[in-house]
Design a protein around this ligand. Structure first.
Ligand SMILES: NC(=O)c1ccc[n+]([C@@H]2O[C@H](COP(=O)([O-])OP(=O)(O)OC[C@H]3O[C@@H](n4cnc5c(N)ncnc54)[C@H](OP(=O)(O)O)[C@@H]3O)[C@@H](O)[C@H]2O)c1
Length: 272
């Protein structure tokens, strides 16, 4: 059995105690579905608590404890309350899935500030605050993991998704640095960078006045089930980063090799 820092990482997900943000929809709900047969505790976090309760009824089985926590992650007091509740329950979380996130499609100059604030607070602040608050708990476990959901949007600036792409650049950069800092502590960090996935994300990111953007080619779409299965496999293998779907991974490999001057031509065209 592979031992890292004296910790056995095989079958880490069996009996894990996991907290998933954004579990009311899309990838977060799929994480809950795929982890439910293996985990011993699921803490499901989102604002739409009725959806979390419906999910709990679906996933309930003997040996699995499910908590639903209504939390607005754009509200720091709400996040602090979630952390205090976790400490009071003695939940001993050993797997943190920072998945909740939102986008905003359109030019920055026309954006609604409240929407931008929410994006910064959910995608960056809440992820960082939760990670900071839970680290002592994670380090106290015999092996723990953090999975931060970023995006392929983190690899390059994207006009008409400017703030969203920048928040995801933060997530990818923060996660890689944290992974290096935590080497030797028994806490591993994996960054998930999906390409386009059919969830409620696109609709939630649209503005009433958003121009119709060209949809990504069908071949680049990866089903939520595969994105989540690949991400969980990457966590068990202690991989630093996972880009689900070979076409998406190949495309991002090519993008990474392009000179910035060439990329700017594409960015300028997209911004028009
Ligand atoms: N879908 C894609 O194409 C795609 C691609 C790359 C990366 N991603 C990333 O994947 C992650 C999951 O997105 P998804 O595709 O599953 O989108 P989704 O279906 O819209 O789900 C977003 C989740 O985030 C939660 N959330 C949003 N704002 C929140 C807030 N203020 N407080 C608490 N929870 C909040 C939502 O819950 P409530 O509304 O109930 O609060 C929901 O559960 C995001 O980080 C996204 O950036 C998605």
């Amino acid at each position: 059995m592979p031992l890292r820092n004296g910790v056995n990482f095989m079958n880490f997900l069996d009996h894990c105690k996991v907290l998933i943000t954004g579990a009311s929809s899309g990838l977060g709900m799929e994480f809950a579905r795929q982890l439910a047969p293996r985990a011993s505790t699921l803490v499901l976090v989102a604002r739409r608590v009725e959806r979390l309760e419906a999910l709990r009824r679906d996933l309930e089985r003997p040996g699995l404890t499910i908590h639903c926590r209504q939390t607005d992650l754009s509200d720091r007091a709400d996040v602090a309350e979630l952390v205090a509740w976790l400490a009071s329950t003695g939940a001993e979380i050993n797997f943190l899935v920072n998945n909740a996130g939102l986008g905003d499609r359109g030019r920055f100059e026309n954006s609604d500030w409240e929407r931008v604030r929410q994006m910064l607070d959910v995608n960056i602040s809440a992820l960082t605050q939760l990670t900071h608050a839970l680290l002592p708990m994670l380090k106290a476990q015999a092996g723990a993991a953090i999975l931060n959901v970023s995006s392929v949007a983190s690899f390059l600036p994207i006009p008409k998704l400017a703030v969203y792409a920048a928040t995801k650049a933060y997530v990818s950069s923060f996660s890689e640095a944290l992974r290096a800092e935590l080497r030797g502590t028994g806490v591993r960090v994996t960054t998930l960078c999906p390409g386009p996935v059919d969830t409620e994300f696109g609709e939630a990111a649209s503005r009433p006045t958003s121009p119709d953007l060209v949809s990504p080619p069908e071949g680049l779409r990866v089903p939520a089930q595969k994105v989540v299965a690949d991400a969980l496999c990457a966590v068990e293998k202690d991989r630093a980063r996972i880009i689900p779907g070979w076409r998406v991974a190949l495309m991002m490999g090519v993008v990474a090799m392009l000179p910035m001057a060439l990329l700017r031509c594409g960015l300028n065209r997209r911004a028009r």
